[in-house]
Design a protein around this ligand. Structure first.
Ligand code: ADP
Ligand code: C5P
Ligand code: MG
Length: 245
């Protein structure tokens, strides 16, 4: 079995060759606006092996017993930045940028808590970071190659959320509406909507907007081509330099 020194070396291992430079695409927008669906659609159309979706759902903070009790009564605010563990998210993005493995927490919406264990990500070339506040933290904004904001009418968002949260997140209609009016709606105005100003593109009609999605896909393909061309040029230069010495 590996000793502690070996473990330290393994945990520092690069899983990406040094020339692989991670590109990160951020997708923000209201709850139910179609962020997760758009992220999946981009991944499907890119059809490349090293593209992963990182959902900010995974980075909700663990709650103390009193906050957890409130969460089950739909009296806890999950829509303010304080609910999200931005530091852990930033560390994950930095590790991936450095070619290192990142361990992603697993979150249960039904239980309002992190589950035991993690999922590991190795060496992606593209990460799609999606979440209501994906364009909120300046440290994360500085790492993004493209910033997208999903624009959808609030009534469409709410009706989608009711259906989804009942079917997939273990909620009831009264609770969903109570939480929406107390926290989701006011925090949309306060924190989510202002992110439009830092977005590169604003996408209306969600996953139905084929032109927007294919534009994003082409942009990502171009980023990857440019990086590959840059790497080829470096190899050529190094080759010429070694012949001259
Ligand atoms: P977000 O991640 O922004 O909350 P999702 O992509 O998860 O939004 O969409 C919320 C719910 O609405 C999901 O259950 C999804 O399947 C559904 N949905 C998303 N886009 C559409 C659409 N254009 N038409 C119908 N249902 C949709
Ligand atoms: O996928 P979506 O963008 O809708 O996910 C974010 C939403 O999840 C937030 O609006 C927040 O209110 C909700 N949430 C919740 N319960 C949790 C964590 C987040 O209802 N335990
Ligand atoms: Mg989502």
């Amino acid at each position: 079995t590996p000793g502690s020194q070996d473990k330290a070396i393994i945990s520092k291992a690069r899983y990406a060759p040094p020339w692989v430079d991670l590109s990160i695409i951020g997708i923000a927008g209201g709850s139910g606006s179609g962020k997760s669906s758009i992220a999946r659609s981009i991944v499907n159309q890119l059809n490349l092996p090293w593209v992963v979706i990182l959902s900010m759902d995974s980075f909700y903070k663990s709650l103390d017993p009193e906050s957890s009790r409130k969460a089950f009564l739909n009296e806890f605010d999950f829509d303010a930045p304080a609910a999200i563990d931005f530091d852990t998210l930033l560390k994950v993005l930095e590790d991936l940028k450095a070619g290192q493995r990142a361990d992603i927490p697993i979150y249960s919406f039904a239980e309002h808590r992190r589950l035991p264990g993690t999922t590991s990500i190795y060496s992606p070339h593209v990460v799609i970071l999606e979440g209501i506040l994906a364009l909120h933290d300046q440290r994360i904004l500085d790492m993004l190659d493209m910033k997208i904001f999903c624009d959808e009418d609030a009534d469409v968002c709410l009706t989608r959320r009711i259906i989804r949260d009942v079917q997939e997140r273990g909620r009831d209609v009264q609770g969903i509406i109570k939480q929406w009016l107390a926290y989701v709606k006011p925090n949309f105005t306060k924190y989510v909507d202002p992110q439009r100003k830092v977005a590169d593109i604003i996408v209306p009609r969600g996953v139905k907007n084929k032109v927007a999605i294919s534009t994003v896909v082409q942009y990502i393909q171009q980023i990857l081509l440019d990086k590959s061309a840059k790497h080829q040029a470096t190899l050529k230069r190094l080759g010429r330099e070694s012949m001259n010495t």
